[in-house]
Design a protein around this ligand. Structure first.
Ligand code: SF4
Length: 419
């Protein structure tokens, strides 16, 4: 492929077309010793968050309860309060012995998230939360009501070490991994709000349960870079006796392509929905767009995704943010279709994600006709493809937009610990 100056490129048919190259706007990517975008896989050493019920297996909970001087069956009572009634309030737990209740509850359910700010859409059906963690790190989650389901987009890391040039979250690098307790607490707090009637937009004929039914790991962080804690959180989400009892199918774990971790996930025997954030079918572009591509190439990531399907029987999602003149070319849709079809039929679907129109930015939405053409080409090649809803974008809650602004940080500094 010949690269022209002036951001032009030739298609495989030899036609020159505009090619916008990925680059950061208003910030600089940290680089490694070889001058490539720095990738951070290890969490910097910071004080760990307090140990929480949700960090422990059911047996470990019983052991911890005994350590606190109570019989093991109290663990089960506490699980009910927390996972079914979404409460941390000792006053509401009248079945626990009054004399030690406060201390016991605090020991098992230490405060993890302080709400700093809440933004909601006019209809009240989408809410973005900004949370402060025990060490002051800020993370976000976004709650969305759809007909028949309620989805929560959760964060799995404070910051992110994957350094994608389009992503607000990656700018400051990885602050630290979140604990399973901190991940689960985002769901429990959302469920509490829903139970209190705080999420609007419910239609009269919607008889679905009033609690979070779907989780997407598309908030801050790369979930597979925080593998053990994310998996502990997923186990708690699906555990019917000792956790939230959610359906694994409603949980989407997405990744930019950490191949060894995808393989590990496929062996877990928990049939979560797996999403690969691909955004480009060719290494040439993807190396710049998704820096981790320098470690694991497009073909390796797609092979791992196909392996996930083979082992779990769960159809894989390919996420593809359509960016004007960068990755939205018709020939890239064809190349993507070829690469997916090479690996068989019926194992994958593609979700192109329209970006926000951002005047003056290279990170802007494709023309509608170009989006439609991209989708048409994939569908015509036999790849089920649907444009994804980008709910939340009006409150900056869409993927890649989750970052604490300076105003958020200032708010956090003056917010009293209200837990
Ligand atoms: S797009 Fe995802 S993986 Fe990339 S920096 Fe942002 S949060 Fe991390």
């Amino acid at each position: 492929m010949v690269l022209y100056p002036e951001n032009m490129i030739t298609t495989p048919e030899g036609t020159p077309v505009r090619q916008v190259r990925p680059k950061t706007e208003g910030w600089s990517q940290k680089k490694d010793a070889e001058g490539r975008p720095l990738l951070q896989f290890a969490s910097p050493k910071r004080g760990k968050p307090p140990l929480h019920l949700a960090d422990l297996t059911p047996d470990e909970r019983i052991a911890k309860v005994k350590e606190l001087g109570l019989p093991g069956f109290r663990a089960n009572q506490l699980e009910k309060h927390y996972f079914t009634h979404y409460t941390h309030d000792p006053a509401a737990m009248t079945d626990l012995p009054a004399e030690s209740r406060e201390e016991f509850v605090h020991g098992m359910l230490p405060p993890l998230l302080t709400e700093v700010r809440r933004l909601e859409t006019d209809r009240g059906d989408t809410i973005k939360f900004l949370w402060k963690l025990h060490d002051g790190a800020l993370v976000e989650s976004v709650l969305m009501r759809y007909p028949g389901r309620i989805t929560l987009c959760v964060s799995s890391q404070a910051g992110c070490g994957m350094n994608c040039p389009f992503c607000a979250t990656g700018q400051a690098g990885l602050t630290r991994n979140m604990s399973a307790g901190e991940i689960i607490e985002q769901i429990v707090r959302a469920n509490r709000l829903i139970a209190d009637g705080g999420l609007g937009g419910k239609k009269r004929d919607d008889h679905s349960a009033d609690r979070v039914s779907n989780i997407v790991f598309m908030g801050m962080g790369e979930p597979l870079a925080n593998y053990a804690r994310v998996m502990q959180a997923v186990r708690v989400m699906v555990d019917k006796d000792h956790g939230l009892g959610m359906s694994a199918r409603g949980i989407t774990v997405s990744t930019v392509g950490l191949v060894p971790a995808i393989k590990k996930l496929a062996d877990e025997n928990i049939p979560v929905t797996f999403a690969l954030s691909l955004h480009a079918p060719d290494d040439h572009l993807r190396n710049e767009l998704i820096p981790v591509n320098s470690r694991w190439k497009v073909d390796e990531a797609l092979d791992a995704a196909r392996e996930y399907f083979d082992k779990t029987g769960r159809r894989v999602s390919i996420e593809y943010a359509l960016i004007k003149d960068m990755n939205d070319h018709g020939w890239r849709a064809d190349l993507l279709a070829d690469k997916l079809n090479e690996r068989g039929r019926g194992w994958v679907h593609v979700n192109p994600i329209p970006l926000n129109p951002t005047p003056g930015s290279i990170w802007t939405a494709s023309e509608v006709s170009v989006q439609n053409e991209f989708v048409r080409r994939l569908n015509d090649a036999g790849i089920p493809t649907t444009l994804r809803d980008t709910r939340g974008k009006e409150i900056d809650g869409a993927c890649g937009q989750l970052v604490a602004t300076e105003a958020d940080i200032a708010d956090a500094a003056v917010t009293p610990a209200e837990l």
